[in-house]
Design a protein around this ligand. Structure first.
Ligand code: PRX
Length: 650
């Protein structure tokens, strides 16, 4: 009981920004937040047009929003711009030409820095290499790379010539990469010979070779030399970037892109097996990334900003590449693991580069907490002024640790809720005006009309748990799922009957102060270390294994990773369940999807619990996996003995 009261008390704690922070902040008072937020939802077109005009347009827009074909929004449809020009040229040709855009550090300790002018020139040359290979506007290019500067350059080079980039996280398997290359009908892949991870070279080229085998559409594989690793080579198709760059000039004018032209695809897991190619367009996405970076991180000219995400995820797209660069920020980019060579690597980087704004994920924060305060305390982090978190709900214990140990009790924390689909941050504190509560993403960002609804679409009252919903279009919203219009409508716009209320797939409640508390996914998506995985995708991979007849995958709470994957598996074909099979299944999932999707636990069972109509009782399995009593109605269960056997099997 005392434990419960303590938890409740903890969650009721409020952390107002210091007077000093408030005084210097972009939004420094509650009144100002309310006024701006109200304006942004009452007159979204007026609000967003003003923001958008802060960006350099090649052709100014006249129309702000066309929502006549909801849920397909068109923002600034008659305007033209180029995302790489927004990120680079406006600074490279102006006062920030000599300002550092990226301080990069490799895991082995090698470093490279680029001013805005240098970065623009590198990107322009890179873009010319792509052009010389016949790649142009509208072509899809897959990017599969470690966290090296060329990753950001590759993304921006595509944007410069109007090619659509599709970044695939380097931790995905060859098969997962292949699926994405095929789905996007990509004509080229940009990769590296490898990257450094925990003192070892992680080879990437063999995965690319396997992924591209027999795919006729891929005419070019452009490889960056990073590790001097031996690589296989396909003549005619394979090109080294450093060789292709020889004699190439930095003269590559940015392609004028319609605001609604697709900027990129990014695949994400949904509740069915097949990953979805989420589509983002140029104008609205850039406007959203620009404003949210500026406001949520309260960016100032002299900040040194560091987002620890990988560019392979949406966080890296919006808050490493597009948002910070559109704002002309100086940022840190790091290749490797947080504990290489030691557990203080991040804090060592923060100290040496004088990081002022630091953005990471709850799973990392929990790992730092476990590793011990001493790794943080060894370093001078006095330059830090603001902390952020993203990717999954953060438990109040990790939040308060982050604030106290990393933030020295002085830095506000922005807990930012958003998704691949939303393109940018949606629910978040504004650090200069929000009294934060540990574990709450607090309030909607500008332009976001959020609500908590029930199944029928009725708005729920304070502290009633329901479905999170967004009731108005916003510029950086997804425009579709690549090649699957129907799935776009079904997944996001059909929860409620109006057809234009966005359903993110998360449960949430709003407290009496209007603060949002995200309760996690309500569909078959699980969140492991902030990575979104589809239970169905893992199930279908398991079932594809010869020894498996049926599989059910669920998440259970985990102290470090947030959720952990538990697979219930029935076997057949005379294969004995046991450690050898377990190992074989783990490897199988790693090959099919990637190591990140390997179950933490595989439980063999002779039968799965099903309803009389044959549906697997997932809620029951979730309870069993978590070791709790089940609240599910058992009267519909087909074979009552199953439960007993599953429990015994624990
Ligand atoms: O469930 C929410 C959780 O992550 C999901 C989105 O995952 P993804 O598209 O991979 O993007 C992650 C980075 C933006 C959401 O539906 N999530 C993300 N941020 C938070 C969160 N849950 C709680 N609090 C957050 N701050």
């Amino acid at each position: 009981m005392s434990q419960r009261i303590e938890n409740v008390l903890q969650e009721d704690r409020r952390f107002p920004p210091s007077e000093e922070f408030r005084a210097a902040a972009r939004v420094g008072s509650e009144e100002e937040y309310r006024r701006l937020h109200q304006r942004s939802v009452e007159d979204p077109e007026g609000f967003w047009a003003e923001v958008a005009r802060e960006l350099p347009w090649i052709q100014p827009f006249e129309t702000v929003l066309d929502w006549s074909e909801a849920p397909r929004a068109r923002w600034f449809p008659d305007g033209k711009l180029n995302a790489s020009a927004v990120c680079l040229d406006q600074h490279a040709d102006g006062e920030r030409a000599g300002k550092i855009a990226i301080h990069w550090e490799g895991e082995p300790g090698d470093t490279r820095s680029f001013t805005y002018r240098e970065l623009r020139d590198e990107v322009a040359r890179f873009a010319n290499v792509l052009k010389a290979r016949g790649i142009g506007k509208g072509d899809r290019v897959a990017i599969y790379m470690p966290m090296i500067p060329e990753l950001a350059m590759a993304v921006l080079a595509c944007a410069r010539i109007g090619a659509i980039h599709s970044v695939v996280f380097g931790g995905f398997s060859a098969q997962a990469l292949r699926d994405r290359i095929e789905d996007g009908d990509c004509c080229a892949v940009i990769c590296a010979d490898g990257g450094w991870r925990r003192g070892k070279v992680l080879p990437l080229k063999p995965e690319v070779d396997a992924a591209c085998e027999g795919i006729a559409s891929v005419h070019t594989v452009l490889t960056v030399r990073r590790t001097e690793n031996e690589v296989g080579w396909t003549e005619g198709r394979d090109v080294w970037l450093h060789e292709a760059l020889e004699g190439v000039t930095a003269d590559c004018p940015p392609e004028p892109m319609g605001a609604e032209d697709t900027l990129f695809l990014l695949y994400t897991s949904g509740s069915t097996g097949k990953p979805k190619g989420i589509m983002h367009t140029t104008g609205g996405y850039m406007v959203g990334a620009y404003l949210s970076t500026r406001m949520v991180f309260d960016l100032r000219e002299d900040d040194v900003y560091w987002c620890t995400a990988d560019v392979g995820w949406i966080t890296g797209h919006s808050y490493i590449v597009y948002g910070p660069l559109a704002n002309g920020a100086t940022q840190v980019m790091y290749e490797g693991a947080p504990n290489a060579p030691a557990e203080d690597r991040f804090w060592d980087l923060c100290e040496r580069y004088g990081v002022t704004v630091f953005y990471t994920a709850p799973t990392a924060i929990r790992a730092f907490m476990k590793w011990g305060d001493e790794h943080v305390e060894k370093h001078d982090l006095s330059k830090l002024r603001l902390l952020g978190t993203v990717g999954e709900p953060i438990n109040p214990e990790a939040w308060t640790w982050y604030r106290r140990v990393v933030g020295g009790d002085r830095c506000p924390i922005v807990d930012t809720w958003w998704q691949t689909e939303t393109g940018g941050i949606m629910i978040t504190p504004l650090p200069g005006c929000t009294d934060t509560k540990p574990g709450s993403a607090t309030r909607p960002f500008f332009g976001v009309d959020a609500a908590i609804l029930d199944e029928e679409g009725n708005e729920l009252g304070a502290n009633e748990g329901g479905f999170l919903a967004i009731r108005k279009p916003w510029p950086s919203m997804l425009r579709g799922i690549w090649g699957d219009e129907q799935r776009f409508k079904d997944t996001y716009w059909s929860k409620w009957t109006d057809g234009w209320t966005y359903f993110p797939g998360d449960g949430a409640r709003r407290d009496e102060d209007g603060f949002y508390w995200i309760l996690g996914r309500v569909d078959d998506v699980i969140n492991v270390s902030g990575h979104r995985l589809s239970t169905m995708e893992i199930e279908s991979s398991l079932v594809a294994h010869d020894a498996v007849v049926e599989a059910a995958v669920v998440g259970r709470p985990d102290d470090l990773t947030g959720e952990a994957i538990v697979a219930f598996v029935t076997t057949g074909g005379g294969v004995e369940p046991g450690d050898a099979l377990r190992q074989g299944l783990l490897e199988h999932v790693a090959t099919e999807i990637g190591k990140l999707a390997r179950p933490a636990e595989i439980r063999f069972t002779d039968v799965l619990p099903k309803t009389r109509s044959g549906k697997i009782m997932r809620r029951l399995l979730r309870d069993i996996a978590a070791g709790r009593e089940s609240s599910q109605d058992m009267s519909t269960i087909e074979d009552a003995g199953v439960l007993e056997r599953l429990r015994k099997g624990e």
